[in-house]
Design a protein around this ligand. Structure first.
Ligand SMILES: NC(=O)c1ccc[n+]([C@@H]2O[C@H](COP(=O)([O-])OP(=O)(O)OC[C@H]3O[C@@H](n4cnc5c(N)ncnc54)[C@H](O)[C@@H]3O)[C@@H](O)[C@H]2O)c1
Length: 304
């Protein structure tokens, strides 16, 4: 089995998911202790996968491990810390029945106070901004991707076992978010990571896809935020549809290089859809530039 090179062939959402393909897979999920990450962990465990729940929050992670036993293990980890993440991947290798890492979901994320947006009193010395949001959402995903590629290559791909990396973004990777430059930067950053890696990872039989949710009711959104956006008529995407999309991507080995939006049911029948905003069409000036870059980029790297 070999991974198809990225093309602009969009994902067609199927009515049935081939979930039997997830049985006995080893799935590592960062931020797996809460919200969407926890819901993914529950669904993969139910489908017969072994899940390594990687989270900062010890109490939540331990509770999830207990609830999903024997199909899960918890590894406490701050995704900003390389050594913590290495230990998490080692845990997945050691504890999963197949002693492998097959699917990695770089999901951990935060929305914090945005120090870049908040301006200091110009008569006082400038305050160094707290960049935690970028550290967790972007640097954490970079470390996770680096380690996924390392551990994936410890097993041989086959019709049963592939290598699947899923990067968690947001619609904030496509829209301007006034007031939240750091969250915006972090999500555009991980989208850049996905777009870059999809050009080369097939050479190592690794699939990479990007998942971009619209507003979903999880603990990352405070009650005040939920109340406010609801009052503005905003419809929410659901956790259940986000889970279905994740299972679909992990189970279908033909899906590669796609960005999938998680959206309200009013927008798409199953609550998710191919975004189609990361491909250049004939006639787009960027298509020609992209082709030139593809033809030259590797040689420039080799010359450096
Ligand atoms: N809920 C939404 O509306 C929405 C929309 C778009 C994107 N997202 C993205 O989905 C992902 C999951 O968010 P969620 O909605 O489930 O939120 P959540 O707050 O319920 O879950 C986030 C999890 O990440 C963990 N985490 C935070 N910092 C960490 C760190 N440094 N190391 C390890 N774990 C850490 C938290 O402990 C928590 O368990 C995030 O990347 C978020 O940006 C969510």
């Amino acid at each position: 089995m070999s991974v198809p090179e990225y093309t602009n062939r969009k994902l067609v959402v199927p009515a049935e998911l081939g979930l039997s393909r997830l049985k006995d897979k080893s799935v590592l999920i960062t931020g797996g202790g809460s919200g969407l990450g926890l819901a993914y962990a529950e669904a993969f465990a139910k489908a017969g996968s072994f899940v390594t729940i990687v989270d900062f929050n010890k109490e939540a992670g331990q509770a999830a491990e207990k609830a999903l036993a024997p199909n899960a293990v918890f590894s406490q980890c701050d995704v900003r810390q390389w050594d913590d993440l290495v230990a998490a991947f080692e845990t997945a290798m050691a504890k999963s029945p197949c002693h492998s890492v097959d699917v990695v979901i770089a999901n951990a994320g935060v929305i914090g106070r945005d120090d870049l947006y908040t301006l200091d009193d110009p008569t006082c010395p400038p305050q160094k901004p707290d960049l935690r949001t970028v550290d967790v959402n972007l640097y954490g995903a970079l470390y996770t991707a680096k380690l996924a590629l390392h551990y994936f290559r410890k097993h041989t791909v086959s019709a049963e076992r592939d290598r699947c990396l899923i990067i968690k973004g947001s619609i904030a990777a496509y829209t301007d978010q006034p007031g939240s430059p750091l969250y915006n930067v972090s999500k555009y950053g991980v989208r850049g990571l996905f777009r870059n890696l999809r050009r080369t990872l097939h050479r190592d039989d690794v699939r990479i896809n990007f998942v971009a949710p619209w507003y979903v009711r999880t603990p990352i959104l405070s009650d005040k935020v939920v109340e406010y956006v609801t009052s503005k008529g905003v419809k929410f995407a659901t956790v259940a549809d986000g889970v279905r999309a994740m299972l679909n991507i992990a189970a279908d080995q033909s899906i590669n290089g796609r960005a999938i939006a998680i959206v309200p049911r009013e927008e798409a029948p199953y609550g998710y859809m191919d975004l189609e905003h990361d491909d250049y069409e004939e006639g787009d000036v960027l298509k020609g530039w992209q082709e030139t870059v593809l033809a030259t980029a590797q040689s420039i790297v080799d010359m450096a």
